[in-house]
Ligand binder design. Structure first.
Ligand SMILES: [Zn+2]
Ligand SMILES: [Zn+2]
Length: 464
């Protein structure tokens, strides 16, 4: 068996690994690499390490764009096999890919306007909404724990990764030359006690483990503080009739927030509106409502009482641009949750522009903000920021809350690894993390008596 590491090597995006055994090629994830524009086109447009038509199966861990976002290109360039994932990932994946196709088209439109001014020829989008749609018929959704026989030598099982709805740990049992090889790919590993979804499953110790280590060198804030920080923000808003603006990813983070506010509003009898101002978040919330089988005990309680965890008196989903604009004219207190998550595009920019200079308002940072993004600048406490090319003074109160992270932190990763039998585990490959995080985690694993821990580079091949 050969394992070829193609993406999310010493970085967090573009998850993609290739397994070759018994003449079959299995691709694990087909994520979009997100980085500088030049690399972005180069890396995502060319599958330099394999021929897409030669891939027999694509298995995807979950529906985040860094794990599925390059599937339309794979299909455009000749892949015609099955895309195998969990049922929720299949539903979420389609919505996410369609939205990504739309973003690609808009993005190129913008770039081409600039290129035209400079007399340069127009670029083609990485892929279009139509390309995204062309992948839909290949998706096959399965339940967790249901062994899937890919052929007589390869058996696949999904376990719950506890990261987002539908997220899976991928377990492959491969018969090769009369021997059984057990391989596990963690996908993105979640954490215990996240809102909505169940905790990550403990899996049998594999021979070969490909593990993420996004936060291999860091610890998160305690989850216990999440609610009290949100409640404090609400009291601040009530006192000053202010608005709470929350930039949030439409998938997962927005639904987590709705559920937390549902609990908080019930407990404290708050009576003011929460607006979910993102059409993508509205579509995704509907999928969350359908996949009740994924709910944890606390979230299932709502169903037992005939309630919908994501709908209550004070939560409103805005759809049209006019409805979104109307929020500017209304006075607080209110909460507005909008996208994009890192404040790079989308409706959130209007809300920030309209509210950031008022000291009665608050901006709650609840997710990862990449370097150079507007979200990072606000999170870092910069006093002046540019929105739509204009300078704004940040007078609104800024609060950073990182306890909602859907990734295991260093302590949780070690706790997870400690479930494994060190003697049986032959090789460990660390992926999906900046190099500093992976190296820090590698050192800790060595101290914990794990052996053969690799940090592969892009294109590295391990024959096992
Ligand atoms: Zn993820
Ligand atoms: Zn990821």
């Amino acid at each position: 068996m050969k394992i070829k590491f193609i993406g999310a090597t010493k970085t967090v995006t573009g998850s993609m690994h290739l397994i070759q055994t018994n003449g079959k090629s299995i691709l694990l994830d087909c994520g979009l690499y997100q980085g500088k524009r030049k690399d972005y086109y180069e890396i995502n447009s060319n599958f330099n390490y394999f021929e897409p038509y030669k891939i027999d199966y694509l298995i995807v861990s979950h529906s985040h764009i860094d794990h599925i976002g390059n599937i339309p290109n794979l299909v455009k360039q000749g892949f015609g096999g099955k895309i195998i994932c969990t049922k929720a990932t299949k539903d979420l994946g389609k919505v996410m890919l369609l939205d990504s196709g739309h973003i690609q088209e808009k993005d190129v439109e913008f770039v081409n306007k600039k290129r035209k001014k400079h007399g340069e020829p127009p670029l083609q989008p990485l892929y279009t909404q139509q390309d995204a749609e062309n992948t839909f018929s290949l998706f096959e959704g399965y339940n967790y724990y249901e062994p899937i026989q890919l052929n007589e030598d390869i058996e696949l099982t999904f376990f719950n990764a506890g990261h987002i709805l539908g997220s899976a740990i991928i377990n492959l049992k491969i018969k090769e030359n009369g021997k059984l090889i057990n391989l596990v790919f963690t996908g993105d590993l979640g954490r215990k006690n996240l809102p909505i979804i169940k905790d990550p499953d403990i899996v049998e110790t594999p021979h070969f483990l490909i593990s993420e280590a996004t936060y291999g060198g860091r610890l998160h804030q305690s989850q216990n503080e999440t609610k009290s920080i949100l409640v404090d923000s609400i009291f601040f808003a009530l006192k000053r009739n202010g608005k709470i603006i929350i930039p949030a990813f439409s998938e997962s983070r927005t639904q987590q927030l709705i559920l937390l506010f549902h609990e908080i509003f019930d407990q404290h009898h708050f009576k003011f509106p929460i607006y979910i101002d993102s059409p993508l978040a509205t579509s995704i919330t509907k999928i969350y409502e359908q996949h009740t089988e994924e709910y944890d005990k606390e979230t299932s309680e709502y169903l037992k009482h005939g309630l919908n965890p994501f709908r209550f008196n004070y939560v409103h989903f805005t759809s049209s641009v006019d409805e979104s604009k109307a929020l500017n004219e209304m006075s607080g207190p209110m909460i507005i949750i909008s996208a994009s998550g890192m404040c790079e595009t989308g409706r959130i920019l209007h809300h920030l522009a309209n509210n950031i200079e008022n000291p009665n308002n608050q901006i709650l940072i609840v997710g990862y903000m990449a370097a150079e993004t507007l979200g990072r600048k606000i999170a870092d406490g910069e006093k002046k920021v540019k929105i739509f090319g204009e300078e704004y003074n940040v007078k609104a109160k800024v609060t950073v809350l990182d306890a909602l992270s859907a990734h295991a932190d260093q302590r949780e990763l070690i706790e997870y690894f400690n479930n494994f039998d060190r003697k049986k585990l032959r090789e460990i490959f660390l992926v999906h993390g900046e190099e500093t995080e992976l190296s820090a985690f590698q050192k800790i694993l060595i101290n914990e008596n794990f052996r053969n821990i690799h940090i592969p580079s892009r294109g590295d091949v391990f024959e096992v």
